[in-house]
Each structure stands twice: as C-alpha cells, then as structure tokens.
Design a binder for this molecule. Structure first.
Ligand SMILES: Cc1ncc(CO)c(N)n1
Length: 222
C-alpha cells in the first residue's frame, strides 16, 4: 500500500479537511481575525506537541536510516514553521511568552495526544500514519490555494500563511516525507489487518484536522 490508499480510505473526511470553510474564507481574506488568531495560537501549541511526536519517531526508529528520516521534520518545525507562527503572532501584537501561556483548547489536546499516544503504544509506522494527515494535508491545501484563481494575494491579511504552505521549502519537505512513508508502507497489504489499522489511524487524525479548523471557525466574532 502507499499514502494514496490511506487518503482514499477516508476520502470524504479528507475532502472535509482540505476544503474546509476555514480554508476557503482564509483564501478570500474573509476569515474573521478572531478565528485566525485563535487558530494561530492553538496551532503554535499544536506544533510544539507535533515536534515532540517527530522526536518520538527518532526514539521509535528501528535503524539509523529511520532515525535520519525524522530529523529534517524536527528541524523544519523548530526553525521554520514554529518561527513563522511566532513572527506572525508578533505582527498581531502577541509575544512568544503569551503564546506559550495560552491554555490548550480541547481540540488541540485531543489531536496532539492522539498522535503521541499512537506513537507511544504502537510502532514507528503507526506513528507516521498519525503524523501524515498534517503534513500531506497542508501541502495539498497550500498548492490548491495558490493555484486557485479565486485566492486573493493582495489585501489579504492571510496571504503570508498561504505562501508559507504553498512555498517550495514546505512542499519539498512534504514530498520527501511522502517518499519515506511510501517506503515504510510498501510491504504492507492494504486489505491486511495491519493495513486496515493504519487506515483507521490516518482517518482519525484527518477527522481531528477537520475539528481543528472548526475550532478556529467557532471563534468567529464580528
Ligand atoms: C493542525 C495542523 N495540522 C497541520 C499543520 C501543518 O504542519 C499545522 N501547522 N497545523
């Protein structure tokens, strides 16, 4: 099996995730500031836990090659993506200290602890199946938004966000992660118990992504 099988096994949830109203409104620059700010602060907290999960992938690795697989993600998260969120929040007048002090929302706790628990109780492939919707989904969203004619890049306060996920650095990083994931999956039969379990993990994480967007949207204040 490969990563496409994971997506196809939960295609409906996948579309809800990658075409969520939060994303559509963001692309048009019409998303409420309160929604975006809440999302960004929660996403900062999410990314801290997500980095821990990639560090867990090094711990769970069975070979030196697998240990090396996780390192670029840890580095990209700490040096690029989290730094981007901190800068972004800085522009909106929120400091890193304030962001760290922000209480975790229920959806943030649920998603991150699901990923960490899947990795702790399962093996390294279970962990990658739980991590995969985040990176693949955001790469899909970034590429879709940058290709869509309706996306606004001028007078859109969220244009930076789109450019970051549509940008080459993020896209190439995810391409590499997908190759690694496909290598891990290649000897597993989709219809086997193991294959079905991986689909279940991927689907749950995808549903958590939908809830994460919704959590931001629910903060809309006009
Ligand atoms: C919730 C969530 N999923 C995926 C990504 C992409 O890394 C992100 N920043 N936040």
């Amino acid at each position: 099996m490969n990563h496409q099988d994971l997506i196809q096994a939960c295609q409906h949830d996948w579309n809800d995730y990658t075409e969520h109203s939060f994303v559509q409104q963001l692309a048009l620059g019409e998303l409420a500031h309160s929604s975006f700010l809440h999302y960004l602060k929660q996403d900062f907290l999410f990314l801290k836990q997500y980095t821990r999960a990639y560090a867990l992938a090094i711990y769970k690795a069975r070979s030196l090659a697998e240990m090396r697989m996780a390192l670029p993600s840890v580095q990209a998260l700490l040096e690029s993506e989290i730094a981007h969120h901190v800068n972004y929040c800085g522009e909106w007048g929120i400091s890193e200290i304030e962001m760290e002090a922000e209480p975790e929302a229920v959806g943030t706790v649920a998603y991150t602890r699901f990923v960490l628990d899947t990795g702790m109780s399962g093996d390294v492939i279970d962990l990658y199946a739980a991590l995969a919707p985040c990176s693949i989904g955001y790469a899909v969203i970034g590429a879709q938004l940058s290709a869509a004619k309706s996306t606004k890049f001028v007078n859109n306060p969220y244009a930076n966000w789109i450019n970051m996920y549509a940008g080459e650095e993020f896209q190439l990083g995810v391409e590499k992660s997908i190759k690694n994931l496909d290598t891990l999956l290649e000897d597993i039969e989709l219809s086997s118990q193991r294959g079905q379990r991986l689909c279940q993990i991927f689907k749950t994480a995808t549903r958590m992504e939908v809830a994460f967007w919704q959590q931001g949207l629910d903060q809309t204040k006009n």
